[in-house]
Each structure stands twice: as C-alpha cells, then as structure tokens.
Design a protein around this ligand. Structure first.
Ligand code: ADP
Ligand code: MG
Length: 263
C-alpha cells in the first residue's frame, strides 16, 4: 500500500532505515545503519560473513526488532504506530499485515513441502484474505509462467531442482504484490549451474521496475543489475554508490580487501 502524497511532494522512499542499532546480548551486530531506497531502485548489499547483512534484512520486515532506530517501508513505520504524538508498538496482527507487504526470498527457499508448487504460490493471498482460492490460483499460474515454471504447478517442491524451488519462492513473494522484495543470498545454496536461471528471474524483476534489495556475493550480477551497491562491514555501511564506483574503484581499504577475496 502506498501512502497518498499531495501533488508536487516526492513519493515516500520505498525503504528508509534510520540509525538502526541491533545487539545480541553484548554483541553489537548493527551499528548505526542509515539507508534510503527509492521506488524502483535495485540495491545490492555486499559484505563479509557475519557483517550483519541478514540481520539488516530481518530488521526491515520486523523479524528482528532494533534496539535503536527505525525503519519505514513506503512511508509507513514498521512495527510501530503514532499514537497521540508517541510511538507505540504494533500488535502481532498488524505486524503480520505489514510483513505481508514486504517480499522476502531466503537462501534456503523455505517452501511448504506438503503443498504443490501452485498452492505454495497461492497460499498467502488466500491466508491474508486478499483473494479467493480460485483467484489466487489464477494469479499463481500467471506468476509461475513468469518465472518459467508454468509446467510445474502440480509438482511438489522435493521434485524440483534447487533453482526451480527458488524460482517458486520468488513467484510466492510476488503473489502478495509487495512494494519491495528482499533477497537474502538467493543463490548461495544452489549448485553453480543453477545460479544463472535464478539470477535471470531477478534481473527480469529489476528491469520491470520492482524495488529490490539483494544480499549477494555474485559481484558480476551486482554490476549488471544494481543501481547502488552498499558495502557493509562490522555492522556499518563502509561505502555505497553506483556499482562502477564501489566495485571498480572502491574508496576504502576494507572494501578493496573484501572484493579481492570474492572476485
Ligand atoms: P551476515 O548475514 O552478514 O553473514 P548476520 O546478520 O547473519 O551476518 O550475523 C551478524 C552477526 O550476528 C554474526 O556475528 C552472527 O553470529 C550474529 N547473530 C545473528 N543472529 C543471531 C542471533 N539470533 N543470536 C545471536 N547472534 C546472532
Ligand atoms: Mg547472512
């Protein structure tokens, strides 16, 4: 849902992360993250293992709650609402409703093993009361066609390759017509020969104007699709900018070090 905005005023950011800090016990995992993603923009997040990338995505859809700072998606604060000038925590139902407007594609697909491919994609629009069963299945067929799996509707996840399962997971994320889709290392669990088919689907989404935030180690892919590359280390954004700048002439030693290891 986009918030109405008066003529002449800029549309709200697709995603706004403001001064987010996150600790696990004494361990500081996010250390003051500020990030703005404009509608239609493709942001690729890179950084070493353990640098806080997954935690950042999980804070965005409120799977984790930041100790400090706040997040807005499409201009709407996540996990809180204004009440008499003060911020109040949202209840579980309201948080689930917000989360349903943010697509999330995991490293390990996370499909429902007992549901067919078609029902995996159709389930959420029905469960959230947005579509009737028949309408959701029509939409699911259309989306499966879009990810090149129109002929797999009746299959079960275990009958598919990893690349096919991840494409189903992408169709499932699209079924809720999210304003933004977050990808957490969507190709890391795949055999090398299956990576390309998943990246091709994500590339197609990128060129259709969907707002995407993608954590990946696929540097060549980042160079091709990203409007902006963000390098995170130690829970901080070390540098960000157009791919040509961050990937080809990084300003910081830590970025150069990291790229030297993954390229
Ligand atoms: P990345 O995705 O960049 O590899 P993560 O966001 O998964 O990094 O993790 C960042 C740090 O937070 C790591 O040191 C990790 O061990 C720690 N961490 C992540 N989740 C938890 C958790 N639920 N409890 C405790 N520590 C965690
Ligand atoms: Mg991670």
């Amino acid at each position: 849902m986009t918030t109405a905005h008066p003529r002449g005023q800029a549309a709200p950011a697709a995603l706004e992360v403001h001064n987010v800090h996150k600790w696990y016990g004494a361990h500081r995992v996010l250390d003051g993250i500020d990030l703005t993603v404009r509608p239609g923009e493709v942001t690729v997040i890179i950084g070493p293992s353990g640098s806080g990338k997954s935690t950042l995505l999980r804070v965005v859809n409120h799977l984790e709650k930041p100790e400090v700072g706040h997040v807005s998606v499409g201009g709407e604060p996540i996990g809180v609402k204004r009440h008499g000038g003060r911020l109040r925590e949202l209840g579980e139902r309201a948080i689930l409703a917000q989360r349903s407007r943010i697509g999330f594609v995991f490293q390990n697909f996370n499909l429902f093993p007992h549901l067919t491919v078609l029902d995996n994609v159709a389930a959420a629009p029905v469960a959230t009361g947005r579509l009737t069963g028949p309408a959701a299945r029509d939409l699911a067929r259309e989306l499966l066609g879009r990810v090149g799996l129109g002929d797999k509707a009746a299959a079960y996840p275990r009958q598919l390759s990893g690349g096919q399962q991840q494409r189903v997971a992408i169709a499932r994320a699209l079924a809720l017509r999210p304003g933004i889709i977050l990808f957490d290392e969507p190709t890391s669990a795949l055999d090398p020969e299956l990576v390309g088919e998943v990246l091709a689907v994500i590339k197609d989404l990128a060129s259709s104007g969907t707002t995407l935030v993608i954590v990946t180690h696929e540097i060549g892919f980042a160079r091709e699709v990203a409007d902006r590359v963000v390098f995170i280390d130690g829970g901080r954004i070390v540098e960000q900018g157009p791919p040509g700048q961050v990937l080809d002439s990084p300003r910081h030693e830590r970025t150069r070090d990291f790229l030297g290891k993954v390229l």
